[in-house]
Design a binder for this molecule. Structure first.
Ligand SMILES: Cc1cc2nc3c(=O)[nH]c(=O)nc-3n(C[C@H](O)[C@H](O)[C@H](O)COP(=O)(O)OP(=O)(O)OC[C@H]3O[C@@H](n4cnc5c(N)ncnc54)[C@H](O)[C@@H]3O)c2cc1C
Ligand code: FES
Ligand code: FES
Length: 486
């Protein structure tokens, strides 16, 4: 719905600056297809699952633009203000790019419906620094895409062709935009993007366009962080409405250390968390865990704050944050308060959060370097699926005894569950098999799973038992192996 009262957002669409008059909640996908008639970006599931709608969104970072692939079916237009939107139309060059040519040569397209999104995600790999086109990266890029015709082997083969071409030409290491353009991988106008984006920033670096207050006058303001939950739940309502885009509060972004805490802005995305050095110290396998959490395209948008506030009993990040005994910084107007995540959930989707309160930061106490954390997830499908049961354990030993434990499990209660009794009973215990059995026994007393489409209550109890053993084996490999518990 375009109306005279719709605010106008200024951004770069491929090679030109556009001004979009749209309700702030309008989907980028709808804007492209219905209002710009750029229909190369496809509409499939409209729930973030198929990848047909993937576009590149770039943000100015000093003298460079950082691009990420995201699903345009879950992103509001207001979020584009001051950014660069690259669509498949923008990749229509004089001849096929090496990625497009490889897809043709390897027979990796049939009906072609999934192809534009896939080309965009593979092109996104060329815009990461340094370029990594190895099979693992290609798989990561394809993780958010469904193809019903061709199968993925030919797509992986296309990736390999491009990898060899980059390697033979010595392009990508170090990252060099000009070389990628000269070699026909990317459009020449990408080199102009930083200066064009600068031309639509205000003096303070914020995008020119309506203020948040002006956005909100057009209707009821919904609150959107990454949009990967709320647009799935309420997409039809939001697309016609005014929304409060939390991404426009810079103070809710970034990660820093203060007051004995690692303070994660509530807008920290799953993908940002994966590369955060201090988080990696605590959770060395973070990147590995992320393979089982959403897709690259969703992780580029999904935020920690959104995961905590949507209160899903199986939110993966929430379970991890509970085991880390996170605290939430919550703002209402000018007032701030702190709330332990463990006491944030009152019942199914019931929170200690008022309508006018916003979670601004998630604060993790800085731990002894000997503290380690492990995460486990079992779902019906290995990737791009919500958990049947997930769990996380934080553990530190001192003088051969367990000195510190944090334990949380999802899918076993109406809320993400902090297993406080089990954790408390483990402190001071010796590192021996009997302690693992004690943990398994006590955890069963704290959980209350129900049977549903994801599994029976008995199955979920068994998963908690097995995941606890896995935590001990992974965190204390010098003491335990899976074979000890067969
Ligand atoms: C295809 C797909 C796969 C997914 N896979 C997974 C998965 O594997 N694991 C998983 O845990 N989740 C998964 N999700 C769910 C979703 O991505 C996460 O829950 C994500 O963390 C939600 O964050 P968001 O920023 O997108 O939330 P949004 O959708 O923007 O917001 C969710 C709710 O929280 C509110 N909110 C958001 N931030 C704040 C804040 N700072 N303060 C107050 N209120 C706030 C919003 O108003 C809204 O009501 C998946 C989603 C999709 C679409
Ligand atoms: S339309 Fe399927 S992910 Fe967007
Ligand atoms: S080629 Fe038809 S869906 Fe992929």
């Amino acid at each position: 719905m375009l109306s005279e009262s719709s605010p106008t957002y200024c951004f770069l669409l491929n090679d030109r600056i556009v001004a979009a008059a749209a309700p702030s909640g309008q989907l980028v996908l709808d804007f492209l297809r219905r209002h710009r008639r750029q229909v190369g970006t496809k509409e499939g599931c409209k729930e973030g699952d198929c990848g047909a709608c993937v576009v590149l969104v770039g943000e100015l970072d000093d003298d460079r633009v950082r691009y990420q692939p995201i699903t345009s079916c879950l992103m509001p237009v207001a979020e584009l203000a001051g950014k660069h939107l690259v669509t498949i139309e923008g990749l229509r060059l004089a001849s096929l790019t090496p990625i497009q040519q490889a897809i043709v040569d390897e027979g990796a397209t049939q009906c072609g419906f999934c192809t534009p999104g896939i080309v965009i995600s593979l092109t996104a790999l060329l815009l990461q620094e340094p370029v990594d086109f190895d099979p693992a990266s290609v798989r990561r890029a394809l993780s958010g895409h469904l193809c019903r015709c061709t199968g993925y082997r030919s797509l992986l083969a296309s990736g390999e062709v491009v990898r060899r071409r980059l390697e033979d030409a010595g392009v990508g290491h170090p990252w060099d935009l000009e070389r990628l353009i000269d070699d026909g991988h990317l459009p020449a106008w990408l080199a102009e993007a930083p200066s064009l984006l600068r031309s639509i920033q205000s003096a303070d670096g914020s995008p020119v366009g309506p203020t948040l207050e002006q956005d909100a006058v057009a209707g009821h303001p919904w609150r959107v962080a990454g949009g990967t939950d709320i647009y799935v739940q309420r997409g039809d309502d939001l697309a016609r409405s005014a929304v409060e885009v939390l991404g426009r509060y810079p103070e809710m972004r970034g990660i820093h250390r203060a007051d004995g805490h690692l303070r994660l802005g509530a807008l920290t995305t799953f993908e940002e968390l994966t590369h955060q050095p201090q988080v990696l110290e605590l959770i060395p396998d973070m990147a590995q865990h992320m393979h089982w959490i959403a897709s690259w395209q969703i992780r580029n948008r999904a935020t920690l704050g959104g995961n905590v506030v949507n209160a899903s009993p199986i939110g993966d990040m929430t379970i991890l944050l509970l085991a880390l005994e996170a605290e939430l910084a919550i703002r209402r107007g000018e007032d701030m308060r702190q709330q332990a995540l463990a006491t944030f959930y009152k019942g199914y989707k019931e929170l200690e959060l008022e309508m006018d309160e916003v979670v601004t930061e998630i604060c993790l106490p800085v731990r002894d370097p000997a503290t380690k954390v492990h995460f486990e997830k079992v779902s019906k499908r290995k990737t791009l699926d919500i958990a049947t049961v997930n769990s996380a354990m934080r553990l530190r030993l001192q003088d051969g005894l367990i000195a510190e434990v944090g334990l949380a499990a999802g899918g076993v209660a109406p809320v993400p569950l902090f297993l406080k009794n089990t954790a408390k009973a483990l402190v001071g215990q010796a590192v021996e098999k009997a302690t693992v059995h004690l943990a398994c026994r006590l955890a069963q007393q704290e959980i209350a799973p129900i049977s549903d489409v994801r599994g029976s209550a008995d199955y979920k109890r068994m998963l908690v038992h097995q995941q606890l053993i896995a935590h001990f084996c992974q965190l204390l490999p010098q003491h335990f192996s899976v074979g000890d518990f067969l």
